[in-house]
Design a protein around this ligand. Structure first.
Ligand SMILES: Cc1cc2nc3c(=O)[nH]c(=O)nc-3n(C[C@H](O)[C@H](O)[C@H](O)COP(=O)(O)O)c2cc1C
Ligand code: SF4
Ligand code: SF4
Length: 356
């Protein structure tokens, strides 16, 4: 039915790329030519190849019950067209004993589906693929046997999805968890507006960093700048987990100490201090500061994030000194031997093709 399959993907650690390869294999077995295009560092809206018999696909991870802002930006820039298209999100699966536990998509599928529907596209498929969770800020990387087992299960699911679409059928399996996805949608909004900026300021390189710049060169969104030969994470960071997993000397750490100390200083010390001053001088201002309206909560969180940014700059600068570096990067959980790193099976740094 389709004469060509064109897929655009964003990936941190290779899960979305791996699924893209599985779908491509299925297309090849039916003699359908395919393209698998990374959106890394895109700088202009995409002009997808013309033709009614082309199936377009968008593949990306789930971040904070939503999709990476970078992917959403790419989708927003997509021209309006009456074309056939599918969306596929990979989410964070895990394996406990013999049981595969799925992650949760939140609005990672529904938001793009709505967006493309409004742009005039025909949505032919929506699916979530349960590849291993790469969120190693929160948990250790999965064992290789758990990774292999999840990947095998997902491969079959991806083949079935590809078969259905390439035969001209529709598949909306990704909507099975819709009630749960809708229930977490407020968290997704919070992540998009605030959470992702906090996460971007959790990374530090420890004293083993040799300034090779690989993390800077391989970041899909160009979020790392090298300052005095050390990586510095800007707010562009999507927390995709690529840099931490590809550093050749495992120097990149998630600074749990910085996160805990800064959260305590901001919410436990600074905010109560500002509040007590406001109570003293202007009660109206005080009641505004503690308002629970969504708008004020977001403004409050942005203000505190701005201060955290200054604190991060300071800690980054001071982390040239060994004791400070040890405190903030050396005491991180990601330093522990069993914490592991994660890249999708069969994926290595050379698979991330960054546009120059
Ligand atoms: C910052 C961050 C947030 C995440 N949020 C979710 C989530 O809300 N739900 C979920 O199921 N998985 C979540 N994950 C796990 C990833 O979606 C999952 O591992 C994905 O397959 C990674 O794909 P990639 O290797 O193509 O980047 C998150 C991972 C990261 C790094
Ligand atoms: S890849 Fe690792 S060693 Fe190289 S600059 Fe980045 S943190 Fe330092
Ligand atoms: S800085 Fe690291 S975690 Fe952030 S977007 Fe770039 S590669 Fe991903």
């Amino acid at each position: 039915m389709y004469k060509r399959l064109v897929m655009y993907y964003f990936t941190g650690t290779g899960n979305a790329l791996t699924v893209g390869r599985w779908l491509a294999k299925q297309a090849r077995s039916r003699g359908i030519p395919f393209e698998l295009i990374p959106i890394d560092r895109f700088n202009k809206p995409v002009a997808a190849p013309a033709g009614k018999d082309i199936l377009l696909g968008l593949l990306y991870p789930t971040h904070g019950f939503s999709l990476p802002w970078y992917m959403l930006k790419f989708m927003l820039a997509f021209p309006r067209e009456r074309r056939h298209l599918f969306c596929l999100n990979t989410f964070g699966g895990t394996k406990i004993g013999r049981v595969h536990l799925p992650g949760l998509s939140g609005i990672a599928l529904i938001l793009p589906a709505l967006l493309f529907f409004l742009k005039g596209f025909r949505i032919r498929g929506l699916v979530s693929i349960n590849l291993p969770s790469n969120w190693i800020s929160l948990h250790p990387g999965l064992t290789s046997s758990a990774v292999a087992s999840l990947a095998e299960h997902c491969r079959k699911k991806a083949y079935r999805f590809a078969e259905a679409l390439l035969q001209g059928r529709r598949s909306y399996r990704g909507l099975i968890s819709l009630p749960f996805d809708l229930a977490v949608s407020p968290i997704a909004l919070g992540y998009m507006l605030v959470g992702r900026f906090w996460l971007a300021k959790m990374y530090l390189a420890n004293s083993e960093c040799n300034g090779c710049g690989i993390c800077h060169k391989q970041c899909p969104v160009n979020a790392i700048v090298m300052k005095r030969n050390r990586p510095f994470w800007t707010f562009r960071c999507e927390s995709c987990m690529r840099c931490i997993n590809i550093c050749p000397v495992k120097a990149i750490q998630v600074s749990h100490v910085f996160t805990a100390v800064s959260a305590f200083c901001l919410y436990g010390l600074l905010f109560p201090l500002i509040l007590s001053l406001a109570l003293h001088y202007n009660e109206n201002l005080a009641s505004l500061l503690v308002s629970e309206s969504q708008f004020i909560s977001i403004l409050r969180a942005w203000f505190l994030t701005g201060i955290m940014f200054l604190a991060y700059r300071m800690v980054h600068g001071l982390s040239r000194f060994r004791p400070i570096n040890f405190l903030f990067a050396g005491l991180s959980l990601t330093r522990l031997r069993f914490w592991r790193r994660y890249l999708a099976p069969g994926v290595s740094v050379k698979d991330f093709k960054i546009k120059k």
